[in-house]
Design a protein around this ligand. Sequence first.
Ligand code: JN2
Length: 831
Amino acid sequence: MSRRKSTIFRPDLDDIPALGMDAASIAGDVKRYFSHTLGRHRDSSGRYAYASLVMALRDRLVERWRNTRMAYDEANSKKAFYLSLEFLMGRALGNSLLNLGLEEQATDALQNLGTALEEVSESERDAGLGNGGLGRLAACFLDSCATLQIPVMGYGLRYEYGMFRQEIDNGFQVEAPDHWLRDGNPWEIERPEYSQRVKFGGRSEFYRDQEGDLKARWVDTLDVLAVPYDVPVPGYRNGTVNTLRLWKAAATDEFDLDEFNRGDYADAVAMKNAAEHITMVLYPNDASENGKELRLKQQYFLASASLQDAIRQWLRRHEGCDGFADKNCFQLNDTHPTCAVAELMRLLLDEHGLEWDEAWEITSRSMAYTNHTLLPEALEKWPVRMFRTLLPRLLDIILEINARFLEQVSLRWPGDTDRLRRMSIIEEGDEAQVRMAYLAVVASSSVNGVAELHSQLLTQHLFRDFHDLWPEKFNNKTNGVTPRRWLQWSNPGLAALIDEAIGEGWKKDLAELRKLEPLADDAAFRARWREVKQDNKLRLAALVEADAHVCFDTDALFDVQVKRIHEYKRQLLNILHVIHLYDRIKRGDVRNWVPRCVLIGGKAAPGYAMAKQIIKLANNVAHVVNGDPDVDGRLKMAFLPDYRVTAMEVICAGAELSEQISTAGKEASGTGNMKFMMNGAITIGTLDGANIEIREEAGADNFFLFGLSAEEVEKRRAGYDPRAVIAGDPELARVMDLLAAGHFNRFEPGLFDDVIRALTDHGDYWMVLADFRGYVEAQQRAAEAYRDPERWTRMSILNTAASGKFSSDRTIAEYNREIWKLPVVPPKPSK
Ligand code: JN2
């Protein structure tokens, strides 16, 4: 085959005229994509109308993307990389229109073409590439980085299957696969030219280089190709478009050839499959580790591809690695991408010829680690044996890091062998394990928790020894959420009312919401605030009707708990309260009754039996309560199936009471709590995670507090007797009796025995019963406040007004000021 001399195709793109941002230009482009690119002339599904509109928008994003990249290149500034196994992006269409300022134009364009934007938007699948809090936080952070115009790139995995779809069958959770890419994804751009090779297996080989120095290389590996897919991340009306780069695993060519030459076509295809399996599916275990080999492969695959890519970007403009740490920073989203530590060392030592001390200097200066949980079952540990077979060269490096680290510890605390054992990155035992959190702490210049209490507990417990050694590493970055998606987009009615009252400055500086405070005393404003909430409650009621088949009365108090199902989050406490209210109704204790609609939603990890039983219990209690004529509209309960980002956009706007009732000390921060607060819901909650800061901002009068504090929880454990609590509280005893008598499982005997026994026989680890009385009383205070609409509305306004701290813009500004230290780099405006 003759090859022509290759030339670089690099046409002058500067003379392409900027695309029109008016309705007519957009309509023209939509039409052309529909007819010429997609080859359609009619569409009853809305899918092709959707795809055409996205392509028209994508063109406009691409212009700004290029301007942003050129501005970053020109500034040659420091960059940060956000490494995360999860990015829970949800839908992109509404958010892109909002951030580009094209909502009206797109609405008009589609109207002129004979369809409605709202209808077309429904064709988009959620990008559900995350489990819950940690993944959605990463998505909010990307929005804030682009809005603040700082050079941050997200690195993640392009899972073929995202978070499972949850169906409810006879009250039980059933998981269905989420093949979200089936109809194609018009938001991504494949960039095979930036593919990277990732090694697995094989062995380390040591040799002497030309200078006679001992070097290592990783040989006899099976390589997998990492192919990047870029997703644009637009800032809020500022011309910046940052990048989320997602890696897909693919077989290498020689992989196929080797097998093929042995005449084993079927094996060749099977091997190809094994390679591509790495990014097939997101693990659905929110906050619990299960030590599966494929998960470690995913983690290393992300770390290696991303670091090689970052180094490739660096070497385009620099000779060698000097100065790399001054210009590059890697933020590790929990320990999941922590292989990056050893991988950067490997690349610097083995591929770029650095000495250990130089490589360690660069690595430890450029890594930063965020912890998202204190739950012991979520702390990642990988068997040394698994590392040895899968990533032998990384294991060498981890052991060397550990040896040098323990040397440092024994210099500081001579003879303290117990401390050495406690702090070692390798946990000894029947099966030696790598403690990923310790590796992350040792190798990072910054370690942060995600709310004040959580960061404090980290230094007092999990990382106490490390805090003794390096107090300066530890810091707090209280979480936040993007007000663009979680207020402006999800609640256009409230956003318009706020605009009218205090102007539009809050969209970029959420602290300005404080200007709403005086309006809490303005009766006319309160009436309008209520009208908006009423509209949003109607939208939420329609969702509940459609998906849970329960009819919510919009005059009732909307009491909402949506989040992953976990014992520490205590959905069970909420359900016990519902049973208590039901019991009160049945015994006629209904004086001054406040009608209430209780909504619970969330997914259980497929292997978490107790969480699945809690879902079944919620459904059964709802069935009994909703079907009992004695209840007579005083109480409704629904379990909403398939809770996800797009559902939360409707839920947070319509909620009035926000349930944040975790056992104190267990919820690192929470972020749903912030979305509800922004939208004027009032929190009923424990002193846990960011609830503490929410209460501080809103004021104690505008928060329904109950329960043991984190300290009290630990003190109370000694001698705690849940049966004595039941015996001492007749109303609780009645609730437990109803449960035990099978009132909610009449034709399903024994179904809830495990749930009941966890509370009574097994010591009620999560202190559900200990907090029951306090919770019931707080609920009573909430009901009383709700009976006075003026008072409730006042509290609601004051909550929104106080929510400014919980913008992820504030959080990201803190990460940047204290950790990343990146300059603001605005692009040149698009012509
Ligand atoms: C998390 C923390 C979290 C995890 C998730 C295995 C484990 C995992 C591990 C995910 C998987 C997938 C550790 O619970 C906290 C919230 O309080 C907090 O608001 C958010 C954001 O900081 O992080 C949650 N933690 F396969 O999601």
